[in-house]
Write a protein that binds this ligand. Structure first.
Ligand code: PEP
Ligand code: MG
Length: 558
């Protein structure tokens, strides 16, 4: 048995035969050509075919995994048309009088090495995209069906797919009913494989490096996504141990399934809304599958990240609209962009700051650059005609900020009225309570808005003065601190005194050890990553709020 250590990106255990997908499965030969024009035409035809295929993949991805994931196919199309890439291939054909397959292979080596050597992690990851498009070109030139490659996966029940790094194109072409797990050489928690594995609920370990060898192809494998471990030809004891772990995990998940369609109700009849947090359209299926009542936090930043320019109103509108349609009558709370601090986009040209978490971010940028803000608000309001959308502003510290943000929202509505563009006139407006200032004036803020959502991730950071990104002091980042818990109580009381509802959308919302406390305090909504929804529903069913309330409240009283 061999034990490999990598990064677990989706929790779960998978057993299966290892199938390594290799791009170097071809034997690319350098062949002399006689007819230059014919060879160039052959290459150009293949390029056209691949562009059309990518278009189909783009459409398929839009339908199955959403805009964010689909965008990669547009990037691939751009790469295929890139003047440097194209002329590198054509020059090789011309100067060396050699075949197109070899010329593509040569360009692939050159450009993938170029991207790999770049410092920027986003650019580094483009190396696998160059390999992906070159691979498709070579397949097309050779008139070989790509199905051949996937036969390896599609004809094997219960296999664990291994690769250098899986691209979205490859993953979409696999018959996923056979795939039990992923194990890859490259990849980080933000790589395509990681994102897709989470979307597809498939246990995955990435970043295994040279430990993962092609010669393991055909071996028995276990992927433990909890600990980021991969076992090759596991011994009996390991198989037994991990089977038990898997059974326990499966059993718990099965039990939770029976709670679908059930109410979020405590023993003594108290109900609370349980919603899900969403970081991209790919997460929407999980919201439905896990029976969340709605989306309590739609983090809109994904629309601004990993790109070179601001997303247009139309682009944003399309994303919000399809989310609204998909969620049908379930509410969606869209948080306006929280760019800044750890979420940087170069084209925003943000200043270098000593304390970015306390700097120019979120609503501060929006109020300072109202055009960017208005574009987003227009897109959100337009999408509101297709579902049940609410607006939420992050990082609020004053009543004036809320008033200004609402004024801009009103201007946007007036513009839409003048242009005869439909929107929901009843869109509710809320704010995130994630700074101590917002907590302390929550009585005033409650008079300005329709709801509050407590962002305990930032509230903990700002209350304790502990940077949530700083590993050196991460042991001191304590969201259970009495100061944080008391702040939550202050906010809930002030919201209720002023007749508005209040939720929690930070990570604490999914913490079962606090469910009783939150219910005793009277929270109205909890919003969390979708896979936690049924677990919290189960926890609620076990709680009698009346029984625990007095004791809990006396413990946090001040
Ligand atoms: C929070 O701060 O708790 C929150 C939900 O927002 P984010 O984690 O996106 O900053
Ligand atoms: Mg926050």
């Amino acid at each position: 048995m061999r034990v490999l250590k990598g990064i677990g990106v989706f929790k779960g255990i998978a057993f299966g035969k290892f199938r390594m997908l290799q791009k170097s499965d071809f034997n690319i030969q350098k062949k002399a050509i006689e007819n230059l024009e014919k060879e160039i035409a052959r290459y150009r035809d293949a390029n056209e075919i691949v562009l059309k295929e990518l278009d189909k993949l783009y459409q398929k991805a839009m339908e199955t995994v959403g805009d964010d994931e689909a965008m990669i196919f547009q990037i691939h199309q751009m790469m295929l048309k890139d003047i440097d890439f194209v002329s590198c291939i054509e020059e090789t054909i011309k100067n060396e009088m050699v075949n197109a397959e070899y010329s593509v292979h040569k360009a692939c080596e050159k450009f993938s090495q170029l991207f790999s050597s770049m410092e920027d992690s986003y650019m580094k990851e483009r190396a696998s995209d160059v390999k992906d498009i070159s691979y498709k070109l070579i397949l097309t030139l050779g008139n070989v069906s790509e199905d051949n490659k996937y036969k390896k996966v599609n004809s094997n029940l219960f296999c664990i797919v291994g690769a250098d790094d899986l691209t979205p194109g490859e993953t979409l072409q696999m018959d996923k009913t056979n795939v039990r797990g992923f194990a890859t050489i490259q990849g980080s928690s933000n790589s395509h494989t990681a994102i897709l594995a989470r979307t597809m609920n498939i246990p995955a370990v990435v970043g295994l490096g040279s430990q993962l060898k092609p010669e393991y192809d055909g071996c028995e494998m276990i992927v433990d996504g909890f600990s980021g471990t991969v076992y090759i030809n596991p011994d009996i004891t390991t198989v037994k141990r991990l089977k038990k772990k898997k059974e326990l995990c499966d059993h718990q998940n099965e039990l939770l399934q029976s709670l679908k369609g059930k109410a979020n109700i405590t023993k003594d009849g108290k109900t609370v809304k349980i919603y899900a947090n969403v970081g991209s359209p790919a997460d929407l299926d999980g919201v439905i599958k896990n029976d969340a009542g709605g989306i309590g936090l739609f983090r809109s930043e994904f629309l601004y990240l990993r790109r070179n320019n601001y997303p247009s109103e139309e682009e944003q509108f399309k994303v919000y609209k399809s989310a609204a349609i998909k969620m049908k009558d379930k509410p969606i709370i869209i948080r306006t962009m929280d760019i800044g601090a750890d979420k940087k986009a170069d084209y925003f040209d943000l200043p270098c700051e000593a304390n970015p978490a306390m700097g120019y971010r979120a609503i501060r940028i929006c109020l300072d650059r109202p055009l960017i803000f208005k574009t987003q608000l227009r897109a959100i309001y337009r999408a509101s005609a297709f579902g049940k959308i609410s607006l939420m502003f992050p990082m609020i510290i004053s009543r004036e900020e809320v008033a200004r943000a609402k004024e801009i929202a009103r201007e946007v509505r007036e513009e839409l009225d003048r242009e005869n563009i439909a929107y929901d006139k009843g869109v509710k407006i809320g704010v995130m309570i994630e700074t101590p200032a917002a907590v302390m004036i929550s009585d005033e803020l409650a008079k300005e808005v329709d709801f509050f959502s407590i962002g305990t991730n930032d509230l903990t950071q700002y209350t304790l003065a502990i940077d949530r990104q700083n590993n050196k002091i991460s042991g001191m980042y304590n969201p259970y601190h009495r100061a944080v818990i008391r702040m939550i109580k202050i906010v809930i009381d002030n919201a209720h005194k002023n007749g508005i509802w209040v939720g929690i959308c930070g990570e604490l919302a999914a913490d079962e050890s606090l469910t009783g406390i939150f219910l005793a305090m009277g929270v109205d909504e909890l919003s969390m990553s979708a896979p936690f929804v049924l677990g919290i529903r189960k926890k609620m069913l076990e709680i009698d709020v009346d029984e625990i309330k007095d004791q809990i409240l006396s413990e946090i009283e001040f």
